[in-house]
Design a protein around this ligand. Structure first.
Ligand SMILES: *Cc1c(COP(=O)(O)O)cnc(C)c1O
Length: 421
């Protein structure tokens, strides 16, 4: 941080940073380049990345295959509107996603961010009932510990207290945010809610396998099967938000496919383009799509983001899928899971640590108190790693291409910082 670049100093009073009390937070680290599992700072230092830029950079940074695909597409057509026009990268990507997803999840609606794809999934669910002539299905069921985005509708289905949106309680649409049905009692509670209020509920929204930004809590596949059963029994739709877990993070390409539970709508983003460009998708089953297929123009889904299906982003996503097709990621995720299990186990004895858990390429250390993310990530950077605590958690979600030696340096840095707490 000795030689701070001019652009950082000059722009600092004009950029509004994310999730940040800017008055007290340390300045951000200036990144000059990124490759593989490494961030290269302006002063030449290299940090091993434990976060993969919010779980997006699954194949590592600047992967030549993805870069090549984006460069080729850039030379052809960087963007055209998706209303009335079509292009090969999007149509190919939609077909490939439909082939990879279980069941008949096959109607792909593209957008630019995860939050917007969840908004679209919610809008699809609401209009599904309207189009079928069913009135009053205006609410959603979602779960404590869940996180689905930062926009107004998605905030309403986040955990109202644990999440980052407690300030807006009075503004957000009231939803039923309830405990996950992990045992007989919570299952009975949800069953009761659906029996009594099912006729006002459009859909259940859940992050399968891992609740990400809401606290990195893990849930069994049995919970997902329970939700599928309850949704069918009470005739409400089921939305899986796989923006965090999709694309291999838990060891299966998609959690729904690994758990053998097919939702009515799934949302994808984060690792969809391998961390290269913003892109998301809300993907519906044929049953959902059929409710919009009509001679009545009013039954259409009136939605269309300006940069919908951006060709550069779709080219990046197709290239990312090529890399998944090699299958190498699967062994990498298993290797990372084993290394995280071993490397983080000693943290159980750390001060204030209440839990250490690993699922797939996700390692979590939970504390009994909130952590100072700014100060701790500074300390980690001094040790040559990029790790950014979140709430009461220190977590690792590294790129799948990270080497064993780099992984060891990540867990070693955490052990070292914990011993000093
Ligand atoms: C990140 C995330 C979102 C929001 O995506 P953005 O691209 O940040 O809008 C929604 N749901 C889950 C599960 C996420 O991890």
């Amino acid at each position: 941080m000795s030689d701070t670049p001019d652009w950082l100093t000059l722009g600092a009073s004009h950029v509004w940073r994310p999730y940040c009390q800017m008055k007290t937070a340390p300045p951000p680290l200036p990144v000059a380049a990124a490759r593989g599992a490494r961030l290269i700072l302006e002063d030449g230092r290299e940090l091993i990345d434990g976060i993969a830029s919010w779980w997006t950079a699954c194949h590592g940074y600047n992967h030549p295959h993805i870069r090549g695909a984006v460069e080729a597409q850039l030379a052809r057509v960087p963007h055209v509107m998706f209303g009335g026009l079509a292009h090969e990268p999007a149509y190919r990507l939609a077909r490939r996603l439909a082939e990879l997803l279980p069941g008949d999840l096959g109607r792909v609606f593209f957008a630019e961010s995860g939050s917007v794809s969840v908004e679209i999934a919610m809008k699809m669910a609401l209009q599904f009932w309207i189009n079928r002539g069913v009135a009053g299905r205006t609410r959603f069921v979602s779960f404590l510990g869940g996180y689905h985005g930062d926009t107004l509708a998605t905030m309403s289905v986040c955990d109202p207290d644990e999440g980052m949106h407690a300030l807006f309680k009075g503004v957000l649409a009231p939803q039923h945010v309830v405990p996950l049905p992990t045992g007989p009692e919570t299952e009975a509670g949800l069953e009761r809610l659906l029996a009594e209020r099912g006729d006002e509920i459009a859909a259940i929204v859940v992050e399968p396998r891992v609740q990400g930004a809401g606290g990195m809590r893990f849930l069994d596949d049995a919970v997902l099967r329970r939700l599928r059963r309850l949704a069918v029994a009470h005739d409400v739709l089921l939305i899986f938000d796989e923006i965090f877990v999709g694309f291999g993070r838990t060891g299966d390409l998609f959690a729904c496919q690994g758990a053998d539970v097919t939702p009515d709508i799934i949302t994808l983003s984060k690792a969809l383009t391998g961390g290269t460009l913003p892109l998301s998708a809300a993907i519906a089953s044929e049953r959902i799509f059929e409710a919009f297929w009509s001679d009545d123009p009013g039954a259409a889904l009136m939605h269309g983001p300006t940069y919908m299906a951006n060709p550069l982003a779709c080219a990046a996503a197709n290239a990312s899928l090529d890399l998944f097709e090699t299958g190498a990621w699967k062994a990498d995720v298993a290797r990372i899971a084993a290394a995280l299990g071993e490397g983080l186990a000693p943290c159980r004895d750390g001060r204030g640590v209440v839990d250490v858990r690993v699922r797939g390429a996700i390692g979590v250390i939970e504390f009994d108190h909130a952590l100072d993310a700014g100060a701790l990530s500074r300390r980690f950077a001094e040790l040559g790693v990029w790790i950014r605590p979140m709430g009461r958690l220190i977590y690792l979600t590294p790129p799948f291409v990270i080497s064993d030696a780099e992984l060891e340096r990540l867990t070693q840095a955490i052990r070292q910082v914990l011993s000093g707490l």
